[in-house]
Design a protein around this ligand. Sequence first.
Ligand SMILES: *Cc1c(COP(=O)(O)O)cnc(C)c1O
Length: 395
Amino acid sequence: MRTMPADAAGGVVFVDLGAIVANWRLLCARHPFGPVAGVVKGDGYGLGAGPVASALYAAGCRHFFVALLDEALAIRDLIPEAMLGVLGGLVPGSEAVYRAQDITPVLGSLAEIDAWRQVLTPPLLEGGGGRGRSPGTVPYDPSPQPPPSRGGGDALGAILHIDTGMARLGLDAGELAILQQDHARLAGIDLRYIMTHLVSAEAADDPLNRHQRERFAAACAGLPPAARSFANSSGIFLGEDFGSDLARPGAALYGINPTPGQPNPMRPVVRLMGRVLSVREIPAGASVGYNATWQAARPSRIATVGVGYADGWQRALSGRAQAFFDGAPVPLVGRVSMDLTTFDVTDHPAIVPGTWLELLGPNQTPDDVAAAAGTNGYEILTALALRLPRVYQAA
Ligand SMILES: *Cc1c(COP(=O)(O)O)cnc(C)c1O
């Protein structure tokens, strides 16, 4: 999977697959209303969609979501019996690929619904897939054939996405009203779930949560009966009113706190270790790094670690984060550069070239680093560069 051996890298990302599985089980226990999917978009939130999906599948997870068709194709064979949904919807021209690979589109507009139904029309079935055909040339068939079944399931499965406040993807109010008046537009489609996505689930007091729940209930009431999918990670912790037939957590699986401001119920998953490339002594008054933003107040030892902002260790962390060595904090000094970060190790004589310092881990979580950088833990994880080898601890 990796060409660069970990022993030559400036930094290594350790991923505890057992912790991801434990987090999934905890979310299952918190969501007894229906199964809990694994969201593995963004390459498994930066940690590796393939190993994460395989570990969750081995633990019994049978529903997965990615953002893009290519992400689905990359893991389809690893999770053979599982539903695999593409949140980004149906890209025109790719319908035959979804169907051939048993990938479930999350339909977010009337145009996508119509395009998905048209997969059933005879010219596409007999014409070798019909890719590249413009959608307008496909005849409308009001009474489609029942889909041929693949693997025992209905082949034309889909998830219907309703926009209840995100204004991003999903049927808007106007399209929803049209569909509610005309269920025939869904004829032939096996509606596996109707779903919506919470805007502010991590802010438990935000009235938007309740408003979205009400809008979602009203939307579903006017549609053909179908199972529902509602909560993301934080939504699972909003209580039973936010339970549904399928929860869709991502972040919490990877150890990000779904209940900000309260203790993190999830197990830590990721550890980013940086290698000390050099240690030098500098006199009092000497500066470190670009623009000399830090000056030594005493004779100091400076350790340079082989991780920088090109690794996703953000420049915004300059002077605002630390590393950990044997559980003790080591201050980050000066600017973070592209490939290097400097630390004041004056008080840590055991740190020498070749020592590994913990940049992310139990002592300094992705949420902690996110707070220092002014972002969220999701961005910290997904920014971890591919040049950092991933090392997996088996589940
Ligand atoms: C990313 C995403 C999720 C998972 O959200 P988390 O906050 O990471 O749990 C669920 N549903 C949709 C539609 C998403 O885009």
